[in-house]
Design a protein around this ligand. Structure first.
Ligand SMILES: NC(=O)c1ccc[n+]([C@@H]2O[C@H](COP(=O)([O-])OP(=O)(O)OC[C@H]3O[C@@H](n4cnc5c(N)ncnc54)[C@H](O)[C@@H]3O)[C@@H](O)[C@H]2O)c1
Ligand SMILES: Cc1cc2c(cc1C)N(C[C@H](O)[C@H](O)[C@H](O)COP(=O)(O)O)c1[nH]c(=O)[nH]c(=O)c1N2
Length: 173
């Protein structure tokens, strides 16, 4: 157990610590007057179920960020184990204006692009925003949900993508 230093941890020490956490992986997408944009995100979590509300933290330095603010809507497309390449594309491997090429995208309520074969998708309206350091914490009310698919999910932990098996092992008799 390392003794707590009096100083704030360095960004690299913090990132090393944060790399130990496992999280689901999502494509956060938007469309509207600010144009269509999207990026890969893991900083998504539930806030409340009354009304259904989630949060996502977006780096203001991302090329996609201005579009989210202008459009005021977004979709959280939760990825399956088959989407590791797509996650890399939307994390910057593919330039912002080419990320949506080569596949059909749907919409639900807000017009934000919905990935038809996502594990699940949360179509949201941004209802509040808090600037914290380099990121904005976007508070989003969920206006529609896509159907949940019975398939392995995609996780990110230890700086690697991993599979979240859909079914637990059969109960021991
Ligand atoms: N929340 C985020 O903005 C976030 C999360 C994950 C990864 N990333 C970015 O993806 C790239 C690859 O990351 P990695 O996990 O392979 O290694 P890494 O060492 O850059 O990051 C390790 C962990 O630290 C946290 N983190 C990293 N950069 C952050 C940031 N700018 N703001 C808030 N939290 C951050 C994340 O939980 C990440 O999984 C890096 O450029 C990283 O900045 C950003
Ligand atoms: C696994 C993983 C997880 C995340 C990211 C990356 C990766 C690889 N990125 C960074 C984001 O996807 C992207 O790399 C940056 O926004 C730069 O891309 P642009 O080309 O500027 O859109 C990221 N960015 C952000 O603002 N919030 C987040 O939660 C995350 N999470």
């Amino acid at each position: 157990m390392t003794s707590p230093d009096s100083e704030t941890p360095s960004a690299s020490a913090y990132r090393e610590a944060m790399a130990q956490l496992a999280s689901a992986v999502h494509l956060v997408t938007t469309d509207g007057p600010g144009g269509r944009a999207g990026l890969t995100a893991t900083s998504v979590c539930s806030v409340s179920d009354g009304p259904p509300t989630l949060l996502v933290c977006l780096n203001r330095g991302s090329s996609a960020y201005p579009a989210f603010l202008r459009n005021g809507v977004l979709c959280i497309n939760t990825l399956t184990a088959a989407h590791e390449g797509l996650a890399a594309d939307f994390a910057g491997r593919v330039p912002r204006d080419e990320r949506f090429n080569g596949r059909e995208w749907g919409i639900l309520q807000t017009g934000a692009p919905v990935l038809p074969d996502a594990l699940v998708a949360f179509d949201c309206r941004i209802v509040d925003r808090h600037e914290v350091g380099t990121h904005d914490v976007l508070i989003c009310e969920v206006e529609a949900l896509a159907e949940i698919r019975d398939i392995d999910g995609l996780l990110y932990a230890g700086r690697h993508y991993r599979v979240l098996p859909r079914r637990t092992a059969p109960e021991a008799s």
